[in-house]
Design a protein around this ligand. Structure first.
Ligand code: PMP
Length: 359
């Protein structure tokens, strides 16, 4: 059986390594700080009377509420199965397989490259510069060198896993230079945790701006898989041609609509402020021990003497973190998601014990 599947598999995918999501990597532990999830949970009600029917293509109330929250018009928005579906949809809509390319700026989120590869789209790596900022000249030079085959440039801000905000001036420069040429996709999955404003207010200036958002992080709804792709109407219309017929399941829409109520938005803002305070405290403690990356997300990256040994010591203490050593320039770097106060207290003391042992 497996022999048949292996024989039938698309040739170009034979050596594909799937994205090592925190869930797939698994592990034993009671404190899970490896997936940039949010430790809070809210209660939601479900009305099952419509479950026998296909849902709306884009549930109107969901679109109304997210558009209001994001400050865009209803036509500038597409709801998807997480921001991950937005990434894949952009590639499937705009990149010709085996011909077009995407640029990514590593170290960064892994799904841009994996979605490109599974769609037979080449990935050009333009590493972040020494300050972990997008290398604008590098991107533009690569676009010229690739004779206009680059359709999408993915930039993550705040960047996962380093935590940096991309400087607005650099993003603007990129958008301006590529106005007639390529889409610049700014992944704002973690924007609510950042002090820097969203680039969404620039939509009217840039026909090539695309923004990715999600309810998985600040809204603590990773389990419902709901994200948004925001861009000018012309871009959204093309994406809407390609997306699956019923991309937002009815229960997902119902929960997401409740999550975007005025009361819940206030609760989310308060929780984000609390998580940011814990982030500042955790970063300050870690700074006494090691190099810590500044973070505008719900996570903190830092260097350890030996990442495997640290991961093991933490797992022995029941704490699961994310080793980022495979990422460009991030050898022996570990990322900790900001959890509850208790989780952070236990994590901090386990890390202090590890450093004491290791130094
Ligand atoms: N972008 C970034 C930068 C992420 O870190 C993640 C999730 N880890 C995503 C997008 C995907 O989010 P979603 O859960 O909405 O698919």
């Amino acid at each position: 059986m497996s022999d048949l599947a292996a024989r039938l598999l698309r040739q170009q995918l034979s050596d594909l390594v799937p994205y090592e999501s925190a869930r797939r990597l698994g592990g034993d532990g009671e404190i899970w700080l490896n997936a940039n999830e949010n430790p809070y949970s809210h209660s939601y009600e479900l009305d099952d009377s419509r479950f026998g029917r296909y849902p709306e293509f884009q549930p109107p109330e969901l679109i109304d509420r997210y558009a209001a929250y994001a400050g865009v018009s209803n036509q500038q928005l597409l709801a998807t199965r997480g921001a991950d579906e937005g990434i894949e949809l952009l590639i499937r809509t705009f990149c010709e397989p085996q011909q077009d390319k995407v640029i990514i700026c590593p170290p960064t989120y892994g799904m841009y490259a994996i979605s490109a590869r599974t769609n037979l789209v080449d990935v050009v790596n333009v590493p972040l510069d020494d300050d972990y900022q997008v290398d604008v000249d590098g991107v533009l030079n690569n676009i010229s060198a690739n004779m206009d085959s680059v359709k999408l440039v993915f930039v993550c801000s705040p960047n996962n896993p380093t935590g940096h905000d991309m400087q607005p001036a650099k993003l603007r420069q990129l958008l301006e230079a590529l106005k007639d040429q390529a889409l610049v996709v700014v992944d704002e999955a973690y924007i609510e945790f950042s002090a820097q404003p969203s680039v969404l207010s620039w939509l009217s200036e840039f026909p090539n701006l695309v923004v990715l958002r999600t309810l998985s992080k600040a809204f603590a709804l990773a389990g419902i898989r709901c994200g948004f792709t925001l861009a000018n109407e012309a871009v959204i219309q093309q994406l809407a041609k390609v997306i699956a017929p019923y991309p937002v399941p009815e229960p997902v829409a119902q929960v997401a609509i409740q999550a975007l109520s005025d009361d819940n938005l206030k609760a989310v803002a308060a929780e984000v402020a609390g998580l940011n305070a814990l982030r500042a405290e955790f970063a300050a403690t870690m700074q006494e021990l090691t190099d810590v990356f500044p973070s505008s997300g719900n996570y903190v990256l830092f260097r350890v003497p030996n990442a495997l040994a640290c991961m093991k010591a933490m797992a022995d203490a029941g704490i699961i973190l994310r080793n980022q050593s495979k990422q460009l320039t991030l050898q022996n770097c570990i990322r900790v998601t900001i959890g509850t106060e208790q989780e952070m207290a236990r994590t901090t003391s386990a890390l202090q014990a590890y450093f004491k042992e290791a130094m």
